[in-house]
Design a protein around this ligand. Sequence first.
Ligand SMILES: *[C@@H]1O[C@H](CO)[C@@H](O)[C@H](O)[C@H]1NC(C)=O
Ligand SMILES: *[C@@H]1O[C@H](CO)[C@@H](O)[C@H](O)[C@H]1NC(C)=O
Ligand SMILES: *[C@@H]1O[C@H](CO)[C@@H](O)[C@H](O)[C@H]1NC(C)=O
Ligand SMILES: *[C@@H]1O[C@H](CO)[C@@H](O)[C@H](O)[C@H]1NC(C)=O
Ligand SMILES: *[C@@H]1O[C@H](CO)[C@@H](O)[C@H](O)[C@H]1NC(C)=O
Ligand SMILES: *[C@@H]1O[C@H](CO)[C@@H](O)[C@H](O)[C@H]1NC(C)=O
Length: 271
Amino acid sequence: MRISFAILGAVLVTQAFAIGNSSVNVKNIIMDDQSPVVLSCNVTGISDPVVTWYRFGIKLMDEENKYEIDMNNNTLTILNPMQNDVGPYECSYATDNKTLYVYSKPIIDNHHLGKSKNLIQGEVLVVNCPITGYPLPTVEWLKGGKPMDFNSSRIHFNIVDEIEGAQMTINDIKDDDRAEYTCVGTNIINGEKYNDTAVIMIRVIDKLAALWPFLGIVAEVVVLCTIIFIYEKRRSKQNNFEDEDSDPINDVKTNDSAAREGDVRQRKNEK
Ligand SMILES: *[C@@H]1O[C@H](CO)[C@@H](O)[C@H](O)[C@H]1NC(C)=O
Ligand SMILES: *[C@@H]1O[C@H](CO)[C@@H](O)[C@H](O)[C@H]1NC(C)=O
Ligand SMILES: *[C@@H]1O[C@H](CO)[C@@H](O)[C@H](O)[C@H]1NC(C)=O
Ligand SMILES: *[C@@H]1O[C@H](CO)[C@@H](O)[C@H](O)[C@H]1NC(C)=O
Ligand SMILES: *[C@@H]1O[C@H](CO)[C@@H](O)[C@H](O)[C@H]1NC(C)=O
Ligand SMILES: *[C@@H]1O[C@H](CO)[C@@H](O)[C@H](O)[C@H]1NC(C)=O
C-alpha cells in the first residue's frame, strides 16, 4: 500500500497534474483539553493525494509521543497537545498550500496571579499575568473591578511573550494603590468571545507602620529601664534612711542586754 502510494505520489506531483482543479481544504480547530488534536487536510479534485505538513517552515514527521501523520486520510495528530502547540500549521500539496490554526481560549496559568502582596509605600509592584492562548489574547487590568487607565506616570503595562499588557508595574506605590487587581485576557475564535480572569490582592503598608514594631521594642526597653532605675534609686534611698535614723541591730542588742540584766537581777533576788 505504502509503496504504491509513494509511486502514485511521485506521479501526482508533476506540475501538469497538480495544477488544474485540485484544491487544499483545511479546517481550524480549538484545543480544549489534553486530548489529541487532529488536523485534517482534504485535497479535492484529485484522487489519493498525499500532503505534507509544515510548522514554521519545518516539515513535520511522525514523532513518538508528539505527531502522528496519516497518509490515507491526510491527518496530522498532535498526541499530547500543550499550550505551545497552538498557532499556525501548513498543509501542502504540490504547489498549493493552506494554513490552518490550532486555537486556544485564553488560559491564565493556575488561574491566579500569585499570593497577595504587602508592599511598603514607595516600593515597586510587579505583577505578571501568565496568560496563553491563540489568537494572542488582549489583556486588560481591573482595579477593584473597574478598568484601569493606560500607562500613567507611575503605572505601566508591558509586553511579555508578544502579549501586550501581560505585566503590570506600579512605581512608588501609594496608599490608594491598595486594591484587588484583576487580569482579564480575551480572544475571539470563529466569532466567539472567550476570556479568563485571575485576581491578586495588594496591600500597602505605611512607611512608619513598618517602623512600629521596632519603635514598640524601643519603648518597651525604655519603660523597663526607667522602672529598674526608679526601683534601684528608691531602694538605695530607703537603705540610707534606715542607716541614719534607726539601728535595728543596736536596738536588739540593747533590748537583749536589758533583758539579760533583768534576768540577773531576778536571779539575785531569788537568792
Ligand atoms: C476537476 O477535475 C475533474 C477530473 O479530475 C473534472 O471532472 C472536473 O470537471 C474538474 N473541475 C473543474 C472545476 O475544473
Ligand atoms: C476531510 O474529509 C473528512 C472525511 O470526509 C471530513 O471529516 C473532514 O471534515 C474534511 N476536512 C476538511 C478540512 O474539509
Ligand atoms: C485516519 O485514518 C486512521 C487510520 O488509517 C484512523 O485511525 C483515523 O481515525 C482517521 N482519522 C480521521 C480524522 O478520519
Ligand atoms: C506555500 O505557498 C506559498 C506561496 O503561495 C509559498 O511561498 C510557501 O513556500 C509555501 N509553503 C510550503 C510549505 O510549501
Ligand atoms: C506602556 O509602557 C510600556 C513600557 O513602559 C510600553 O512598552 C507600552 O508600549 C506602553 N503602552 C501604551 C499603550 O502606551
Ligand atoms: C468573561 O466571559 C464570561 C462568560 O463568557 C462573561 O460573563 C464575562 O462578562 C466575561 N468577562 C469579561 C471581563 O469580559
